[in-house]
Ligand binder design. Structure first.
Ligand SMILES: Cc1cc2nc3c(=O)[nH]c(=O)nc-3n(C[C@H](O)[C@H](O)[C@H](O)COP(=O)(O)OP(=O)(O)OC[C@H]3O[C@@H](n4cnc5c(N)ncnc54)[C@H](O)[C@@H]3O)c2cc1C
Length: 411
């Protein structure tokens, strides 16, 4: 390594909802970590930056607890007690119920929690500020990086030069690290956008998340703290743009048409956001001295609220692999180490991405035979107790070979 560069064990590019937990986990594992993000930290915690509210699975919450993040989220977590799935059409207020997941069937703990992304970012930053071993460099950007046999060196826009054994791309769907490492992706656009907004309603939601499959795409009503819910409303992009352009009364009327009367009088509050939806899977998660986590490795349809949960499972698995490698004296940036991470995560990520893709195709239409088929399928799962309980455990992130942090164990 060169003398005038700042040395770290791991450099993480992207201080988002996957990058920051990775930094905290690696610091807990005894590594020196640098995090680089293009955004000014004051910018991405602004209430107008990201209107999304994320469902955090039970296993992901265990990890956030273990990292010390959850203590900064007091009063911000809304438990998800039940999930109700139905197939309907806008204006059909009494959509029949096809699938009901009730958390009491598998234990006392809720199926997960809802948290506003902006609160999660603030909590991650607070935890980071108190952690030893993490240096946040933001706003800054990578100008270039060079992979040498024993290390990777990174030149930043600020003029600083950093070196480390491993460079991690946690820089989202348009990952610069993935592109510059020449890692290809497969996938396609859904031609749909996800409209996100918050609504207030007269009646309590009791922690019930509703998923209506409407012909143009899923319409999710997700419980938030108080008498508020977050809408994740999928529409074909052209129609979504038109809906976003409506005045407040017009937008509220379109919301109400899909929302129905079950929570009493409702009204949208605050800004509206729109996210273009696509499937994007990296062909490789690793190459010498480089690893990808989170959306940089896999961007999926949000209908099951699992994108971030997959990213957090990447984080926990990579932390496990790197800590184990260091303990036995292996090079943490060597391909043989990184392949263990890739093998661990690829199947889970790809199978969930394909499942979400299939559900979106099966449900985002009004074709009568398909409607019958899917309603029969959902009805069947609803009647078979073990199948219902398996899907609840899956949604809670408690199925499969879990990394230590997801089991609530220290690294
Ligand atoms: C409508 C919608 C609803 C969703 N709901 C849920 C849900 O309920 N539950 C769930 O689990 N998931 C959900 N998701 C998915 C989830 O939001 C994403 O999977 C998650 O935000 C990905 O986090 P990330 O850190 O990998 O990427 P990002 O959130 O994209 O963060 C990337 C970070 O990298 C930084 N960056 C980018 N480029 C560079 C660069 N060149 N140099 C330095 N820094 C850079 C960015 O500033 C940012 O901070 C939803 C997604 C959508 C669209």
């Amino acid at each position: 390594m060169s003398g005038d560069a700042a040395n770290f064990d791991v450099i993480i590019v992207g201080g988002g909802l996957a990058g920051l937990p990775l930094a905290l986990a690696l610091a807990q594992g005894g590594f020196q970590v640098a995090v680089i993000d293009v955004l000014d930290p004051a910018e991405d915690v602004d209430p107008d930056f990201d209107g999304r509210v994320s469902s955090i699975a039970d296993a992901s919450l265990r990890m956030l607890n273990g990292l010390g993040v959850a203590q900064h989220l007091e009063g911000q977590l809304q438990p998800i007690n039940d999930i109700v799935v139905s197939d309907g059409r806008p204006g059909e207020t009494a959509a029949p119920l096809f699938l009901h997941f009730d958390h009491t069937e598998i234990g006392d703990a809720p199926l997960g929690v809802m948290v506003e992304n902006r609160h999660l970012r603030v909590a991650l930053r607070k935890t980071l500020a108190a952690a030893d071993g993490v240096t946040l460099m933001a706003p800054d950007r990578i100008v270039s990086f060079n992979v040498a046999p024993s290390h990777v060196s990174v030149a930043l826009g600020s003029g600083d030069v950093l070196e480390s054994a491993l460079l991690v791309g946690a820089d989202g769907r348009a990952s610069q690290i993935r592109q510059q490492a020449d890692i290809q992706t497969v996938g396609w656009s859904y031609g749909q956008s996800g409209i996100v907004t918050t609504v207030e309603h007269a009646l309590p939601h009791d922690g019930v998340a509703q998923e209506y499959f409407l012909p143009s795409g899923p319409f999710a009503v997700l419980p938030m703290v108080g008498n508020r819910s977050s809408l994740v409303w999928t529409e074909e992009t052209e129609l979504a743009d038109a809906l976003l352009g409506l005045d407040d009364d017009g937008f509220a009327a379109e919301c109400a048409k899909r929302f129905g009367p079950y929570l009493g009088e409702m009204k949208p509050v605050g800004p509206r956001w729109s996210y273009p939806l696509s499937l994007q899977l990296a062909r490789d998660y690793v190459c010498p001295r480089i690893a990808l986590v989170g959306d940089a490795a896999h961007g999926i349809h949000p209908l099951a609220g699992q994108g971030l949960n997959l990213g957090l499972r990447d984080v926990a698995a990579l932390a496990d692999v790197l800590v184990d490698a260091q303990r036995v004296g292996l090079d943490i940036g060597a391909l043989v180490t990184l392949h263990r991470y890739e093998r661990w995560r690829r199947f889970d990520n790809v199978s969930l991405a394909i499942a979400c893709d299939g559900l979106n195709r099966l449900f985002s239409n009004d074709v009568t035979p398909l409607r019958l088929l899917r309603d029969m399928g959902l009805g069947l799962v609803n009647r078979i107790g073990p199948a219902r309980r398996f899907f609840m455990r899956l949604a809670g992130g408690g199925v499969g070979d879990l990394p230590r942090l997801m089991k609530g164990e220290p690294l």
